[in-house]
Design a protein around this ligand. Structure first.
Ligand SMILES: CN(C)C(=N)NCCC[C@H](N)C(=O)O
Length: 264
């Protein structure tokens, strides 16, 4: 199994993350300022996504990454490979994402002198507390919603990227940097717009269980959210997700493509 795509996915995920960090910090208040936890999680998850995507295409089309410009895979194969990558990455992402959401939703902005310490003091403390209080399965709370969010939307992600690259690149050639940047940026936006409704539900499921259980399951969470807040609830955060998605994914694809070209 070729491993370059896993390594390139790791490095490109880390670079994309550096660009996305200001957006994440805005969303994450004071408890999630460091870079080490996001690098350890997002970069590993991106490595699984790109590695599985490319290796699934290898199985489906018997072409390596280098051969795919001359023999482009069909959009059906690209979509299936993207969904496979999305499905597997969702399971690796689930515990990291849960920790991120729990830290992000701690409302105490900064400890005042004399005020009680925050419930979670950092990523490791958060993981250990969830494990202790909610059991090992607690670390996978919301994993179903995450899988439903990521499986089809990663198909959309890679189809958008490939479609735009093919549109603006002469047949058989590699796309130039500007094309990769624009195609990567729009791939990020398209996938996040499609992912936002389930992203909202996933985050609510992940917060459920912290104090009392509010939802009986994913469907119940969707129905009560729409009843209480209207259909607009499914688009909460879509603007900031898209604003973050363009630069993050432009840089992710640019570094991924160029690393693989350098390695031959
Ligand atoms: C949930 N969706 C839609 C995605 N994860 N889309 C792909 C973008 C991945 C990139 N690391 C990012 O965080 O934007």
């Amino acid at each position: 199994m070729p491993v370059e795509e896993f390594v390139a996915g790791w490095i490109s995920g880390a670079l994309g993350l550096v660009l996305g960090h200001p957006f994440d910090t805005v969303k994450l208040l004071g408890f999630f300022k460091g870079m080490s936890f996001p690098i350890a999680s997002i970069a590993v998850v991106n490595s699984v996504l790109f590695g599985v995507y490319s290796n699934t295409l290898l199985v489906l089309t018997a072409t390596s990454h280098q051969e795919r410009r001359a023999q482009p895979p069909s959009y059906t194969h690209i979509f299936l490979a993207g969904c496979t990558g999305g499905f597997l990455q969702a399971y690796c992402l689930a515990p990291f994402d849960l920790i991120k959401v729990r830290l992000q939703n701690q409302t105490e902005p900064r400890a005042q002198p004399g005020s009680p310490p925050p419930r979670y003091q950092g990523p490791v403390h958060c993981a250990a507390s969830i494990f202790r209080e909610e059991g090992p399965r607690g670390l996978f709370r919301g994993a179903w919603a995450l899988t439903l969010r990521d499986t089809p939307t990663m198909g959309i992600y890679f189809i958008t990227y490939e479609g735009l690259c093919r549109q603006y690149t002469p047949e058989g050639q590699n796309p130039n940097s500007a094309t990769v940047l624009v195609a990567g940026g729009f791939a990020g936006i398209a996938s996040w717009v499609a992912a936002t409704p389930l992203d909202v539900i996933k985050s609510r499921m992940q917060m459920d269980g912290l104090r009392r259980r509010a939802y009986q399951g994913m469907l119940d969470c969707m129905v009560s959210s729409v009843r209480q807040e209207g259909l607009g609830v499914f688009f909460r955060g879509v603007t900031i997700n898209s604003a973050r998605a363009f630069p993050v994914n432009a840089v992710t694809f640019l570094s991924y493509e160029y690393l693989l070209r350098w390695w031959g």
